[in-house]
Design a protein around this ligand. Structure first.
Ligand SMILES: [Zn+2]
Length: 72
């Protein structure tokens, strides 16, 4: 039984820090994923914690069929 996973890949966002962080969660926990990603963007990249930031990050979420596909 497999569940769809969602992934945010910070390495795909242009940034000066060269951050390669990947965060993943089951699709049912996409809001938790966004919480973690917003914390990361605010804490490590100096973004402002706004609803717009959350929606921007939501647009970066990739959906993967299987957690093993996440590493690729
Ligand atoms: Zn990052």
């Amino acid at each position: 039984m497999s569940e769809t996973w969602c992934v945010i890949d910070c390495g795909k966002v242009p940034s000066d820090s060269g951050c390669m962080l990947k965060i993943k969660a089951p699709a049912s926990q996409v809001e938790d994923l966004l919480d973690a990603a917003v914390d990361h963007a605010v804490g490590k990249h100096g973004h402002e914690r706004t609803p717009e930031l959350r929606e921007q990050i939501r647009g970066m979420v990739e959906y993967k069929e299987h957690p093993l596909a996440v590493a690729q």
